[in-house]
Design a protein around this ligand. Structure first.
Ligand code: HEC
Length: 128
């Protein structure tokens, strides 16, 4: 590695560490639970024994394939999505469901506050 490439490598590493630190600082599962109870729980359960409400059960949704929970009739945009619900996918979807997945059947305008959204995602991450 020459001097220039190693400088670039250092810059990238620092950036990655910083991005991680920011995500952790912004994340409060307690706030996330409050957001979930007030904005999501009328349509979603995170208790896997409760099954489907208006929306699919969200126990284990973090890391789950998008739009593939057996027995739930998804909109075609979710059913045809590929990939998994990771931090990035959830962030974009929960910010504005209809912008992220045009035609989604989830009637929710989105969590516009960045810290509230990050906290909701880390709360979901803990629901197994
Ligand atoms: C008024 C009811 C309603 C509310 C409120 C609601 N959802 Fe949904 N949600 C749905 C429906 C219906 C779907 C299925 C959407 C589709 O098929 O396009 C869904 C889908 C989802 C999915 C995709 C799950 C999968 O199996 O692919 C996630 C993640 C999700 N919602 C999270 C949330 C979160 C987090 C909140 C609160 C911030 C929330 N939803 C609020 C009804 C709702």
């Amino acid at each position: 590695m020459n001097r220039k490439t190693s400088m670039i490598a250092v810059a990238f590493t620092l950036h990655a560490i910083h991005a991680n630190a920011a995500a952790t600082e912004n994340c409060s599962p307690t706030i996330g639970e409050h957001v979930f109870e007030t904005k999501c729980a009328m349509c979603h359960s995170v208790d896997k024994t409760k099954g489907t409400l208006v929306g699919p059960n969200l126990a284990g949704v973090f890391g789950r394939a998008i739009g593939k929970l057996p027995g739930f009739a998804y909109s075609s945009v979710l059913a045809q999505s590929t990939g998994k619900w990771d931090e990035k996918e959830l962030d974009v979807f929960l910010k504005s469901p209809s912008a992220a997945k045009p035609g989604t059947a989830m009637p929710f305008t989105g969590i516009k506050n960045d810290a509230d959204r990050a906290s909701t995602i880390c709360y979901l991450q803990q629901q197994r």
